[in-house]
Design a protein around this ligand. Structure first.
Ligand SMILES: NC(=O)c1ccc[n+]([C@@H]2O[C@H](COP(=O)([O-])OP(=O)(O)OC[C@H]3O[C@@H](n4cnc5c(N)ncnc54)[C@H](OP(=O)(O)O)[C@@H]3O)[C@@H](O)[C@H]2O)c1
Length: 375
């Protein structure tokens, strides 16, 4: 099988699990071979927490240089054809995950890159299944209700260009499977985190940016805010700031380790008929926005954020606090949930214990990076 995105935060966990099984994995990585091998090894060390048991370049794990931004993934026609014929499954996990990037930039990787991966799957004589890692956030601007697994509705608009690009990629996958009479499995995780410490130059999760910035702020102390914004804490020694959002907002957050297990569990389900099957791969318990804010407050106890629906004009200090999590402030209004009927059934069948709801201590650990350790 071929897997894109193996050097990423989720992809490395998928690769680590796939290598525990029989079969060969071809990791599609955009770097030159020696650097790609080092990066995959680092990513696997992060995912497995230990030394690499399957060496890169062994019969079990091979790296092929492939760039989603280039036609035929940057391969010659012959190499592309050869690769296509080798694989019995194509797993597409790579993406541009920058929440702040503009639409053309993310579409170049997430839409055009998906089209190229579909071409790879389409060219192979073994008619591989296409396993596409999408996101629960293709639901876009929808704030309430339960998003069904079959839903793919762009009419609510999108909170970020990233979401829109992932939505468009799903549309491509569905139409490819329908048009070509092929099998596609679309898997939609929610927000992914981990409480494991990062490895130097290894994969990072989206909240690690927030973690780094909070760590820096914690080290600078409250006097930084006074110096920078000319404001003073209240009599309780605390800066009170308003953040945009609803007091009852929820987010679907899950440990990446749990999610990777669930991805493999769902991918193992029989899929004989042509067409697209879509599954949410989300935590069974949503994380309230209030719990998330308490975790942030544990790191910088001298800032008390409160979610307010009508944010009005933010003060410079409030804008600064919002900017600590790029793209994150848009999610403070979401109360929607995601259907996960099939994952519930698969976990019940396999006797998987329900994962614990994410609490403040866990979330604080997800924010811990090297800088926070020093703070
Ligand atoms: N992280 C989350 O919270 C989350 C939530 C829901 C869904 N997802 C989805 O899960 C998948 C994996 O996300 P992630 O968190 O693992 O992302 P990530 O850590 O940002 O990793 C992205 C991966 O894609 C690769 N990539 C990016 N551009 C490429 C290109 N032009 N050519 C080849 N490879 C390229 C990266 O390679 P380099 O290492 O070379 O940059 C990296 O391996 C994505 O499809 C994402 O949309 C993620």
């Amino acid at each position: 099988m071929a897997l894109s995105g193996a050097t990423g935060f989720l992809g490395c966990h998928l690769l680590a699990r796939l290598l525990q099984r029989d079969g060969r994995v071809i990791a599609l990585v955009r770097d030159e071979p020696a650097r790609a091998a080092r990066r995959v090894e680092r990513a696997l060390a992060f995912a497995g927490g230990g030394p690499l048991s399957v060496p890169v370049g062994s019969g079990r794990l091979r790296i092929v240089r492939a760039d989603l931004g280039e036609e035929r993934l940057g391969l010659s026609a012959e190499a592309f054809r050869h690769l296509a014929d080798e694989v019995d499954e194509v797993w597409h996990c790579a993406a541009s995950t920058h929440l702040e990037a503009d639409l053309p930039t993310v579409c170049a990787v997430n839409v055009e890159g998906t089209r190229r991966m579909l071409e790879l799957a389409g060219a192979g004589r073994r008619a591989p299944r296409f396993v596409h890692i999408s996101t629960a956030y293709v639901a876009g601007g929808r704030t309430t209700g339960t998003v069904a697994e079959d839903d793919l509705d762009g009419s609510f608009g999108f909170l970020t260009p990233y979401e829109e690009s992932k939505y468009r990629a799903e549309v491509l996958v569905r139409s490819w499977a329908g048009r070509e009479g092929r099998r596609a499995l679309v898997l939609r995780p929610g927000t992914l985190v981990t409480d494991r410490p990062p490895v130097p130059r290894g994969p990072r999760h989206p909240h690690s940016v927030l973690g780094l910035r909070l760590g820096r702020l914690a080290a600078w102390g409250p006097q930084f805010l006074t110096r920078q914004f000319g404001v003073h804490p209240g009599p309780d020694g605390v800066f009170h700031v308003r953040l945009p959002g609803r007091h009852d907002s929820v987010t679907s957050i899950a440990p990446v380790e749990y999610t990777a297990d669930a991805v493999l569990r769902l991918a193992d389900e029989p899929q004989e008929a042509p067409g697209t099957v879509t599954r949410h791969v989300v935590h069974p318990v949503d994380t309230p926005g209030q719990v998330w804010l308490r975790a942030v407050r544990s790191v910088i106890p001298w800032v008390e954020p409160t979610l307010v629906e009508d944010h009005g004009r933010p003060t410079p200090l409030e804008s600064f606090i919002v900017s600590l999590q790029p793209g994150g402030s848009r999610y403070g209004y979401l109360r929607r949930r995601y259907e996960r009927t099939r994952l519930d059934a698969a976990e019940a069948r396999d006797g998987v214990p329900a994962p614990a709801a994410l609490d403040v201590p866990y979330l604080v650990n997800t924010l811990r990076g090297p800088r926070l350790e020093r703070a």
